[in-house]
Design a protein around this ligand. Structure first.
Ligand code: ADP
Length: 175
């Protein structure tokens, strides 16, 4: 990864609902109407208005993404993407996960957003192996940043120190 690209990637350990960025990404489900894990945390922190906007969206296909406002969140927008449920890796899961990252970045760039934060999509309830998901996340984001000016900065927001260490290692750094 080039130093220019690396300089635009941040790894933090923490709760994504606390981040003051242009958009946080939600690891949603096909209904877009809330669920457990990071999805539940985002809906709780954003408030009822997020649910009301999500009702108008008509759900979302796996691997795709849709954007809403952030309401009570410090983040201005939420990009809801639906990661694949992991079966054994032969059901298109890698391509679908790649597509989640790419579509989210595309939406952010299209809206001229400068900063975006991702959770570790699919690696909780959806069961995607964490290391394999990290490789896809880092590769997809790095490829995007190498050929696009926006978003300027991408944060990987890891909920556990273990996940954060994995991302830091993958990016070859110590921050
Ligand atoms: P999925 O259904 O896509 O697997 P989950 O929400 O179950 O989504 O898990 C995805 C990742 O989000 C997991 O690494 C989980 O630990 C993490 N996570 C859960 N809550 C938060 C939060 N508030 N902020 C950031 N990451 C979170």
């Amino acid at each position: 990864m080039s130093p220019d690209v690396l300089a635009r990637v941040v790894v933090v350990k923490g709760d994504i609902t606390r981040l003051r960025v242009d958009a946080i990404v939600n690891a949603a489900n096909n209904t877009l109407l809330g669920g457990g894990g990071v999805d539940g945390a985002i809906h709780n922190a954003a408030g009822e208005e997020l649910y009301t906007e999500c009702l108008t969206l008509g759900g979302c296909e796996t691997g795709r993404a849709k954007m809403t406002r952030g309401y009570a969140l410090p983040a201005k927008h939420v990009i809801h993407t639906v990661g694949p449920v992991y079966r054994n890796g032969t059901f298109g899961e890698p391509d679908l996960l790649r597509s989640c990252y790419r579509e989210s970045l595309e939406l952010a760039a299209g809206a001229k957003l400068e900063t975006i934060a991702f959770p570790c999509i699919s690696t909780g309830i959806y069961g995607y192996p964490v290391t394999a998901a990290c490789v896809i996340a880092v590769e997809t984001v790095a490829a995007w940043l190498a050929s696009n000016e926006l978003p300027r900065v991408v944060t990987f927001c890891c909920f556990s120190e273990k996940d954060a260490a994995l991302y830091r290692e993958r990016l070859g750094r110590r921050d």
